[in-house]
Design a protein around this ligand. Structure first.
Ligand code: ARG
Length: 387
């Protein structure tokens, strides 16, 4: 028997093609992150790490414990193998020495972070891959880990558009001095008012955004204003994608950081909503007017067991990877959420992924789609309010 048939179905021999317009069309090619060398970041204005019970009290930094890194990598490798078995091409980043200090002419930072969550850095919209600005000094150089993959895409897919948002200066002028000292002592109501009025750690000195604050619903892109995405970053994205409708959104989340556990596209007409982080009522109306159903996620299983050294919330449960309109990868412990979504007709693929959380996220954070079938569609023909 000839090997020809086998070869044409091998995802590694298909021509590379950058194409992804939404979070749900059939997945053909994805990047899965790596935990190697991940650091608890050194202090910087953008972010506060303080784990007195886990060996990293405020002001200290260093590599994540080796056993944790090994366990996370095992789960990431198994996840990559699972996707490959389903005929999906998987690429991986190339880690650099994240323990090394980095500098620009305007600042130095004693360490970097890691390359577990590719979602934070790269945004695929159609045939374009956009490198986000990022807003932490410790993540300024993280794009280097993805350059080998991006270079190959650029060389082999003659239609690919490779873009990078303006590299930010990240001087002290980009941050509100003393933000964390004040914010962390405020009441929930005060914090929510600051989220609503967008008065968080970042100033508007320059455009800043993480790719993971963008949710893709075809012609509509929703950009969350957060600890890592400012209004200017939103404005930059809006001008960068003139053929899209680009919306700025907030929710009742006191710690907004990446939209992908808050407002989660499931398939055309169905969005998952984290009930504890209520979306802007006008946004909800906009979805309903366009005949979308909004599912409120059940309480996560991980509620009572925050993992060691994690900076993510239990809502990481909702951080899922869609393989197509009917198939969802969900963390294996999140059985209640899996049952809830099975009722909507989804085949659930349970994936062990608890050990990855402390490295920056769940199944959505740890991936970035490079190719999904399908094209650009308008799922929201009717306007509502500012939408
Ligand atoms: N910050 C979110 C939470 O704690 C988790 C989402 C992380 N997403 C990511 N792309 N890294 O609920």
């Amino acid at each position: 028997m000839t090997e020809l048939g086998a070869q044409t179905t091998d995802p590694n021999t298909r021509p590379l093609r950058v194409n992804a317009w939404n979070g749900w069309d059939p997945l053909r090619h994805v990047i899965v992150g790596r935990a190697d060398g991940t650091m608890v970041q050194a202090p910087e204005l953008a972010v506060r790490r303080d784990y007195p019970d886990d060996g990293f009290p405020l002001g200290t930094y260093g590599p994540m414990p080796e056993d944790m890194t090994a366990a996370a990598n095992e789960e990431l490798d198994n996840f990559a193998a699972l996707l490959r078995r389903r005929g999906i091409r998987v690429d991986r980043p190339t880690p650099i020495d994240f323990g090394a200090p980095v500098a620009t002419p305007e600042w130095t930072q004693p360490s970097m972070f890691g390359c577990m969550p590719p979602r934070d850095l790269l945004l695929t919209v159609g045939n374009e891959v956009l490198e986000a600005t990022m807003s932490y000094r410790s993540r300024w150089f993280e794009y280097l880990c993805y350059r080998p993959v991006l270079q190959r895409l650029f060389d082999e897919d003659k239609r690919m558009r490779w873009e990078a948002a303006p590299k930010p200066r990240l001087t002290d002028a980009s941050y509100h001095a003393g933000f964390w000292d004040t914010f962390n002592t405020q009441t929930t109501e005060e914090q929510l008012a600051r989220v609503r009025d967008y008065d968080l750690v970042l100033t508007e000195a320059e455009p800043l955004f993480d790719a993971a604050d963008v949710a893709r619903f075809g012609k509509d892109l929703f950009v969350q204003l957060s600890f890592v995405t400012n209004r200017s970053g939103y404005d930059w994205l809006k001008r960068h994608f003139p053929d899209h409708r680009v919306h700025a959104v907030t929710s009742t989340n006191t710690h907004p950081l990446h939209i992908d556990s808050t407002w989660v596209p499931l398939r055309p007409g169905l969005v998952l909503h984290c009930g504890e982080r209520l979306a802007d009522p006008e946004l909800m109306e906009f979805f309903k007017l366009n005949d979308w159903e909004i599912v409120e996620a059940v309480q996560p299983a991980s509620w009572d067991h925050p993992p060691k050294l994690s900076f993510c919330s239990p809502w990481l449960a909702a951080n899922m990877l869609n393989l197509d309109h009917n198939t969802l990868c969900i963390e294996e412990n999140e059985v209640r959420l899996a049952d809830q979504l099975a009722q909507y007709g989804f085949e659930i693929v349970p994936v062990p992924f608890r050990a990855v959380g402390p490295f920056g996220g769940g199944l959505h954070c740890s991936t970035v789609d490079i190719e999904r079938e399908g094209g650009l569609e308008d799922y929201f023909p009717r306007r509502y309010g500012r939408y």
